[in-house]
Design a binder for this molecule. Structure first.
Ligand code: CP
Ligand code: NVA
Length: 342
């Protein structure tokens, strides 16, 4: 049997570190095929359901275009289109979708919901983001890092910002799986839970990664190769004032990049997007009036600088999601995965 066949991707721990590494490399391979116009229709004739309780630009666009380029048919089912969790249970919805679709993407609030879909649908389910994890984003992010540095092991990624959200969790765990030192630099109130830190540490003990959780910016950013941040207020949250006050000192700006002490050609900036780097959004004007700031987690200067890699990262969502769907559902044989890079 093909190693990935029929499996779901609900959180990073569902795959071994070597399997995660395989998906990163497979994503890079599929990117090269796409850029050279070489067809790769591993999902010919399949139907893919795309369930979105929360809004999305990248994840929806990536799954849709990836499915079509793989030869599959994607069907978007938004929060107001289906009964999930409102008029019909997750279990019943999963059973019905599993009878009609070959694979299901789910983006929403509760991790339990994506787990329920996987349990009852009988088809591969891919987590397109929950409050707890953002696993498909990880394949794209580490693809982007590998494109820039040629390898992963031994690099240091600093995540500055909300240490308790999905992105902080996923980066901390995935980096620890792959031998990348993840520094979560955040105020004490927003440090990851002991449970998440423990999971990361158990992977790090095997990979040799050195994860760090600190509120000390100078200590945390030292030696960074990648500076990463995410929004201060995630989807479903509304606590702007509390977050602005707590996280203001942790904004990614040129001073923070300098404080890394890293040579320019060994340093990049990443962001999963969407980013609050100016006031050109619906709530931008509001924030400016209330808190007197026009930039939040990253300054416009850094966002538009030579260090920025977020556009490559966004494109890589498509190639990495292709890799995930093709490996778990595709008509191709993957007998084994190579050992983790040393
Ligand atoms: N990075 C990411 O998941 O973006 P979307 O919310 O637009 O899908
Ligand atoms: N932490 C953010 C990530 C968006 C891709 C959120 O959950 O809204």
């Amino acid at each position: 049997n093909s190693v990935f066949q029929g499996r779901s991707f609900l959180a990073e721990k569902d795959f071994t570190p070597a399997e995660i590494q395989y998906l990163i490399d497979f994503g890079l391979h599929l990117k090269a095929l796409r850029h050279n116009n070489i067809p790769h229709k591993y999902l010919e004739g399949k139907n893919i359901a795309l369930l979105f309780e929360k809004s999305s630009t990248r994840t929806r666009a990536a799954f849709t275009t990836a499915a079509i380029e793989l030869g599959a048919h994607p069907e978007y089912l938004g929060a107001n289109d289906i009964q999930l969790g409102k008029k019909e249970s997750v279990e019943d919805t999963a059973i019905v979708l599993g009878r009609m679709f070959d694979g299901i993407e789910f983006r929403g609030f509760k991790q339990a919901d994506v787990e329920g879909l996987a349990k009852f649908s009988g088809v591969p389910v891919w987590n397109g983001l929950t409050d707890e994890w953002h696993p498909t984003q990880m394949i794209a992010d580490f693809m982007t890092i590998k494109e820039n540095f040629g390898h992963l092991r031994g690099l240091t990624l600093v995540y500055a910002g909300d240490g308790r959200n999905n992105m902080a969790h996923s980066l901390l765990v995935t980096g620890s799986m792959l031998g990348v030192n993840i520094h979560i630099v955040a105020p004490k109130e927003l440090h990851p839970s002991a449970e998440i830190i423990q999971l990361a540490e158990s992977y790090a003990a095997k990979s040799g990664a050195k994860p760090l959780v600190t509120d000390d910016i100078a200590v945390g950013v030292k030696g960074a190769n990648i500076i990463y941040t995410d929004v201060w207020v995630s989807m479903g949250e509304t606590n702007w004032e509390e977050r602005v006050n707590l996280l203001k000192p942790y904004q990614v700006n040129m001073a923070m990049l300098k404080a890394t002490g890293t040579p320019d050609d060994q340093l990049i900036f990443m962001h999963c997007l969407p980013a609050f780097h100016d006031t050109n959004t619906q709530y931008g004007e509001d924030i400016k009036e209330k808190y007197g700031i026009t930039e939040m987690e990253v300054t416009d200067e850094v966002f538009r600088s030579k260090f920025a890699r977020h556009w490559d990262e966004a494109e890589n969502r498509k190639h990495s999601i292709k890799a995930i769907m093709a490996a778990t559902l595709g008509n191709l044989f993957i007998p084994d995965v190579p050992e983790l890079e040393k």
